[in-house]
Ligand binder design. Structure first.
Ligand SMILES: Cc1cc2nc3c(=O)[nH]c(=O)nc-3n(C[C@H](O)[C@H](O)[C@H](O)COP(=O)(O)OP(=O)(O)OC[C@H]3O[C@@H](n4cnc5c(N)ncnc54)[C@H](O)[C@@H]3O)c2cc1C
Ligand SMILES: NC(=O)c1ccc[n+]([C@@H]2O[C@H](COP(=O)([O-])OP(=O)(O)OC[C@H]3O[C@@H](n4cnc5c(N)ncnc54)[C@H](OP(=O)(O)O)[C@@H]3O)[C@@H](O)[C@H]2O)c1
Length: 433
């Protein structure tokens, strides 16, 4: 008897879960992938930076999973709005939650909510054309911007701010966003880490790209590039070497300047009506390895603060959630009877796309060990239930029509392979021409 499984979320974790479920040979399985957006691929579409085209091409692999005969894509269906956990457990043998981490972590400092203090999640959604964010949301009318955090998302955000619109023209950045980037007044970008170069979370390849920016000089202060001790893993040694090389470089007069700063923590975002500055405190590590302030302050005269200090999952209605770890508690992917979890919702917002493959495989092993060999109850009435509630899911073919419209738009505008359509309405119109 065939097992019928609902996977909630079509990011890498959801699609790798679907793949692992249907590609094993012990058990016949059919999978519905339910996604709140009309488009699949999660952060591969709405997170990976537009100029990282080779990483974006992972979508070609994920697409082949959605095209497997045992897998069905149902876009525009939200757990919590259109369907409840009970609905899903009534309709499927098992449910796997793969809804990722959609919101920003907070800094918890005064001024964080001022206009001009922006979560990286919003900024990334903006340049990626996510339907939750208005394309007119950011105007970049300030000359100095601070980016807090030294992870790979911060590096993406810095690169997009530092590049010219022309450099991004061949990417899929929505046209409205490209125009805003073209009008950008930004001259100085400060990327701020609260610890040293040896603690930075960015990876070497991503860091090196900053040194190759055609439109920006990269500057590091020699005193902040000093690293004591030396027995670091290769990646970190590589980061240190690159940063120390930059510390010896003189700016050559490129239009923009990127300052990579270390040992500074944000203590207050200044301003009354909007952001007018960022107050930082110099830091050091305490004997037990905590970041502590030294009481020495400096203020950056920035008009925008981009907070890139990590993502965070949100609870799903009816699904257990730990406020401590901000994940769904699980044992090797098992949440409760017939309920499972994979991806960022399972282990927190770290790891590259490929990490979700082994993570999904673990969850699928658990699921099959629990349910394999039992008679499946089957996929009962989910289509009728959605129809009754006035929800008409976006099919895989309809998603492909959206992709085609994006290709057509790129050709019309004389841009690269595709340009993202902005807004749910435009996508739905394109899906049903
Ligand atoms: C800005 C950014 C850039 C990144 N760039 C890279 C990179 O270049 N290379 C790399 O290897 N890794 C990159 N990563 C990491 C990678 O994107 C993640 O490891 C991966 O996307 C996590 O997969 P996931 O499926 O758990 O979550 P997601 O990709 O977030 O997928 C979750 C999906 O669930 C859907 N969903 C949410 N709630 C519901 C609901 N209630 N009902 C139905 N559906 C729902 C969402 O719409 C989304 O499609 C990046 C991450 C970020 C944040
Ligand atoms: N090209 C790629 O491969 C790519 C691109 C984007 C994202 N990703 C992956 O996606 C995941 C998420 O990336 P991310 O950049 O969002 O997260 P991340 O790697 O966890 O980096 C978060 C950064 O924020 C800092 N931070 C946290 N809290 C802070 C606070 N209160 N004040 C100041 N700084 C603070 C952290 O410093 P501390 O270390 O001191 O806590 C760290 O520098 C990572 O695994 C990343 O590798 C990969």
């Amino acid at each position: 008897m065939t097992l019928h499984v609902a996977v909630i979320g079509s990011g890498p974790a959801g699609i790798y879960t679907a793949e692992a479920l249907v590609k094993q040979s012990a058990e016949p399985v059919e999978v519905d992938v339910l996604e709140r957006l009309p488009t699949p691929y999660g952060l591969v579409r709405y997170g990976v930076a537009p100029d990282h085209t080779s990483i974006k091409s992972i979508a070609n692999y994920l697409r082949r999973v959605l095209e497997l005969p045992e897998v069905r894509f149902l876009g525009g269906v939200t757990l919590g709005a259109h369907l409840s956990v009970e609905d899903l457990l009534g309709a499927y043998d098992a449910v796997v939650y793969c809804t990722g981490a959609m919101v920003d972590r907070k800094l918890g400092i005064p001024g964080e909510d001022l206009p001009g203090s922006v979560a990286a999640t919003d900024f990334v959604n903006w340049y990626c054309g996510h339907p939750d964010v208005d394309p007119d949301r950011f105007t970049l009318d300030t000359s100095e911007v601070a980016v807090i955090g030294v992870g790979n998302v911060a590096v993406d955000v810095v690169r997009v701010l530092a590049k010219t619109a022309d450099e991004l023209r061949a990417t899929d950045v929505p046209h409205e966003v490209l125009e805003r980037l073209g009008d950008s007044q930004v001259k100085a970008i400060h990327m701020v880490g609260r610890r040293g170069p040896e603690h930075a979370k960015f990876t070497l390849k991503e860091l090196r790209e900053l040194g190759e920016l055609a439109n920006a000089d990269v500057c590091v202060r020699p005193e902040e590039a000093v690293v004591l001790g030396g027995d670091f893993p290769r990646q970190i040694q590589g980061n240190i070497k690159v940063l120390q090389e930059w510390a010896g470089r003189e700016p050559v007069g490129r239009p923009r300047r990127l300052d990579v700063r270390f040992w500074l923590r944000p203590v207050e975002i200044l301003g009354t009506e909007r952001v007018e500055g960022l107050k930082l405190e110099r830091t050091r590590l305490s004997d037990d390895g905590r970041v502590i302030g030294t009481g020495e302050y400096e203020t950056l005269p920035v008009g925008m603060v981009l907070r890139s200090v990590g993502y965070q999952s949100v609870p799903l209605p009816g699904v257990p959630f730990s406020e401590k770890t901000m994940t769904v508690p699980n044992e090797a992917g098992r949440v409760r009877e017939r309920e499972y979890v994979a991806g960022w919702l399972k282990r927190g917002p770290t790891g590259v796309i490929g990490t979700n493959k082994s993570d999904a495989a673990e969850t699928v092993r658990t699921l099959l060990a629990d349910l394999g060999g039992r008679p499946g109850a089957g996929r009962h009435g989910i289509d009728a239930l959605l129809a009754e509630r006035g929800v008409r899911p976006v099919t895989y073919e309809e998603w492909r029509a959206i992709e085609e419209a994006e290709g057509e738009l790129a050709r019309t505008l004389g841009r690269g392979e595709r340009v993202k359509l902005v807004g749910l309405e435009a996508m739905l119109r394109a899906s049903r021409p």
